[in-house]
Design a protein around this ligand. Structure first.
Ligand SMILES: CC[C@H](O)CC(=O)C(=O)O
Ligand SMILES: [Mn+2]
Length: 342
């Protein structure tokens, strides 16, 4: 392994994990998870609706608890960890960013589809003005050629992003594809490079290690894999693996293991496994957060969720097009279903 610089871990179970529990976090759950992550010395903890600030809606799923209350509570129980928020321009606005900053968050991640970095300019600029650590988050990175990804990352850097992430939203990338993407960004940017994986093809850990090997230093994980689809790179496992590789994170692995077992496992509505549904996300390159929406549409129309997901992949649906899921299901139900089989 090439020498690796110190890594900065961001825990996403309180944001990406919100998808997996239908955005039903309670104040008590967020407080207990945030407190334990702070105690384990995790540097950044993301707290927001799964689809970012202001994501609570019929389209994406209504939050049980107002996210600003969750953010405020998480900030209040953390002595050293910084709370971060995710914002998708158009879903959330500058107003919510200002509000979150007032509550004491330390980081904002501005997320766009991999070809749409230009819509992040004002949000990145505002985040910098607010003095926040500012991250550009290029979602569905598997959908663009490497050159396009580099171009888009450079835009985010030019707006002021301190770090730019390759986000494997569908868990569709293979390790060599992660390597070529991170290598190209490393060669073209001076910003830090980050990686956010999903485990739909059981490659989150391999992809994360590939990213680190090529120079990514900002890395996401979710405790007990609590994230959309089959979840993210499992944080407590990642920290243990990194320790074995002699790579420093500053995170206490024993405390993370206890948190995973005693606090996060009881929150899970079902274990984070690679089911046929989540496997198809990675296989067809579909946004991980579409899984539960597709399963609900399948029930409603008497379909196999896999056929809905395959069709969404064929149509290259992107985040924000959740309304397409019901449309596709309705069309499939009327046509000579099944159109495809896996
Ligand atoms: C919009 C939200 C999405 O879940 C962001 C993310 O974590 C991803 O694209 O993987
Ligand atoms: Mn994600």
């Amino acid at each position: 392994m090439k020498p690796v610089q110190k890594l900065t871990i961001t825990e996403v179970a309180l944001r990406d994990g919100s998808h997996a529990i239908n955005h039903q976090y309670t104040l008590e759950q967020v407080i207990s998870v945030a407190k334990a992550l702070d105690d384990a010395n995790v540097p950044y903890i993301e707290v927001s609706h799964g689809d970012g600030l202001a994501g609570s809606s019929l389209q994406y799923g209504l939050s049980r608890t107002n996210e600003m209350e969750l953010i405020e509570a998480a900030v209040s129980v953390c002595a050293t960890s910084q709370i971060g928020v995710l914002l998708l321009p158009g879903v959330g606005t500058i107003q919510q960013l200002n509000e979150a900053a007032k509550l004491g968050v330390g980081m904002a991640r501005i997320a766009t589809h991999v070809t749409e970095a230009d819509i992040s300019a004002q949000h990145i600029a505002r985040s910098k003005e607010l003095g926040l650590v500012t991250v550009g988050f290029l979602m569905m990175s598997h959908m663009a050629p490497v050159e396009t990804l580099v171009e888009q990352a450079k835009l985010m850097e030019s707006y002021g992003a301190d770090t730019v992430y390759v986000v494997d939203s569908a868990g569709a990338l293979l390790p060599f594809q992660v390597e070529e993407r991170i290598r190209a960004l490393k060669q073209s940017l001076s910003a830090h490079i980050g990686f956010h994986g999903h485990n739909n093809l059981s490659l989150a850990m391999a992809n994360t290690l590939a990213a680190i090997q090529e120079g990514a230093t900002w890395i996401d994980g979710s405790v007990r894999c609590l994230g959309a689809g089959a979840g993210n790179t499992q944080t407590e496992v990642l920290v243990a693996v990194l320790e074995k590789l002699g790579i420093e994170t500053g995170v206490d692995v024993y405390k993370l293991m206890d948190l995973a077992e005693e606090i996060v496992a009881p929150i899970l509505q079902k274990p984070q496994e690679i089911t046929k549904g989540s496997l198809v996300l990675g296989y067809a390159g579909v946004y991980s957060s579409f899984l539960l929406h597709a399963q609900r549409a399948a029930l409603k129309f008497g379909l196999d969720a896999r056929d809905i997901l395959i069709e969404l992949g064929r149509r290259k649906a992107v985040g924000g097009q959740e309304d397409m899921i019901m449309n596709v299901a309705a069309e499939l139900a009327k046509s000579n279903y099944p159109l495809s089989s896996v």
